[in-house]
Design a protein around this ligand. Structure first.
Ligand code: HEM
Length: 322
C-alpha cells in the first residue's frame, strides 16, 4: 500500500514539474493520436507511399518541406499557408520558390479530416510525411513523436535569416544551425538530405565561375552545358543516385562533385571534413547521425496548447470562433 502511495506521489510530482516547466518544453509523445485518430500514422504512410511510388522525386520535396517549415518559426506548418490577399507568405519567398509536395500534404490532410476531423495537425503531417518519404527511398526509419500545433503566422521575410543560403561556408552553416540547437555533426548529417533531389541553376552557377579549384572539371562542364541550354529553370541532381537515400552524396563531395557551395564547403573545411569522410565511409553512421538530427529538427520551437491550433486546411488558418 505504502509503495502505491509513493508511486502516486511521484506521479503527481512529475506532473507538477512538467506543468511548472511551461511553454518551451516539448509536449510531444508517441501514439499521441492513439485515442482520437488511431490510423493517423497509417494514413500518412499510405498516401506518401502512393505518391512516392508514382513519382520517386517527391521524396526530396517532402523532406525539404519539413526542413523549411521547422527552421522558420519552428515546426508549425507555417510553410504550408497560402498568402492572405495583399501579403506574401513563407512559400512566396525566394528560398521557397522551388518547394514541392504541397499537394501530397493536402491529400493526407483531406483523408485525415474525413476520418477524424479537427484532430491531426499539419505540422505533425509534415514531420511524419518527411520520415516516411525518406524510408520509402531507402533511408533510415526513426520515431516521430507527435503533438505539434499549427501556427497562424507566415511571412515571406521570416525566411531571410532563418534559412541557409547555398553560398554559405562551413563556419556560417555551423553558426546558423547552432542557433537552432544543432551541433556540427547534426549539421553535416542533415546536409546529407541532399542525397535526394535537385537544385536549379541559379543556386549553383556562381560556384562554376568562382570555385574551379574545388570543382571537378568534367562535372563543371556538364553543369555549365545544362545551364547554358536550359537557363534558370534547368536543374541538376545533387548526386548520381538522387532518388535513393544513401551515402553517395558524401562520396561525391570527396570527388569535388558537390553541387552547391554549401555542400562542397563541408569537405573543404577542416571543421567538417572528418565528418564527411566518416559518413562517406560508413553509411550506417550517416543514417544514425541523420536520424539524430531529424529528431532534433522535429522539435524546433514547438507551439503548445493555445499558442497553436489544428488547422482544418493546411493552406489557411482557422477562422476565429468569436
Ligand atoms: C546546410 C544548409 C542547406 C542549404 C544551404 C540548402 C540549400 C538548398 C538549395 C539551394 C536547394 C535547391 C533549391 C533549388 O535550386 O531549387 C536545396 C534543395 C534541397 N534541400 Fe537543401 N539546403 C540545406 C540543408 C538541407 C537540409 C538540412 C535538408 C533536409 C534534411 C535539405 C533537403 C533538401 C532537399 C531534399 C532538396 C531537393 C529538393 C527537391 O528536389 O525538390 N537541405 N537545398
Amino acid at each position: 500500500m505504502g509503495a502505491v502511495k509513493n508511486l502516486v506521489k511521484l506521479l503527481i510530482l512529475v506532473e507538477v514539474a512538467v506543468a511548472l516547466a511551461g511553454p518551451g518544453v516539448a509536449a510531444l509523445s508517441m501514439n499521441y493520436y492513439g485515442m482520437n485518430c488511431p490510423f493517423a500514422e497509417y494514413i500518412v504512410r499510405s498516401v506518401v507511399s502512393d505518391a512516392v511510388m508514382g513519382d520517386p522525386t517527391l521524396a526530396a520535396g517532402l523532406l525539404r518541406l519539413h526542413f523549411h517549415d521547422c527552421f522558420v518559426q519552428g515546426c508549425d506548418a507555417s510553410v504550408l499557408l497560402d498568402a492572405a490577399p495583399g501579403s506574401k507568405a513563407e512559400k512566396d519567398a525566394l528560398a521557397n520558390k522551388s518547394l514541392r509536395g504541397f499537394e501530397v500534404i493536402d491529400k493526407i490532410k483531406d483523408t485525415l479530416e474525413a476520418q477524424c476531423p479537427g484532430v491531426v495537425t499539419c505540422a505533425d503531417i509534415l514531420a511524419l510525411a518527411a520520415r516516411d518519404a525518406v524510408l520509402m527511398v531507402g533511408g533510415p526509419y526513426y520515431d516521430v513523436p507527435q503533438g505539434r500545433r499549427d501556427g497562424r503566422r507566415s511571412v515571406d521575410t521570416d525566411t531571410l535569416t532563418a534559412l541557409p543560403s547555398p553560398f554559405l561556408n562551413a563556419s556560417a552553416l555551423i553558426t546558423l544551425f547552432g542557433t537552432h540547437g544543432f551541433n556540427v555533426q547534426d549539421m553535416v548529417a542533415l546536409s546529407g538530405g541532399h542525397t535526394l533531389g535537385v537544385a536549379h541553376c541559379p543556386s549553383f552557377t556562381p560556384r562554376l565561375k568562382f570555385e574551379a579549384s574545388t570543382l571537378d572539371a568534367g562535372f563543371a562542364s556538364s553543369l555549365a552545358a545544362t545551364c547554358n541550354k536550359g537557363g534558370d529553370s534547368a536543374s541538376a541532381t545533387f548526386d548520381r543516385t538522387s532518388t535513393a537515400f544513401d551515402g553517395v552524396y558524401f562520396k561525391e563531395l570527396q570527388q569535388r562533385r558537390g553541387l552547391l557551395s554549401s555542400d562542397q564547403t563541408l569537405y573543404e573545411s577542416p571543421e567538417t571534413q572528418r565528418l564527411v569522410n566518416m559518413f562517406a565511409m560508413n553509411q550506417g553512421y550517416f543514417f544514425y547521425a541523420f536520424t539524430q538530427g531529424m529528431g532534433k529538427m522535429g522539435q524546433i520551437d514547438l507551439k503548445e496548447g493555445d499558442r497553436g491550433e489544428v488547422r482544418k486546411s493546411c493552406r489557411v488558418v482557422n477562422k476565429p470562433s468569436w
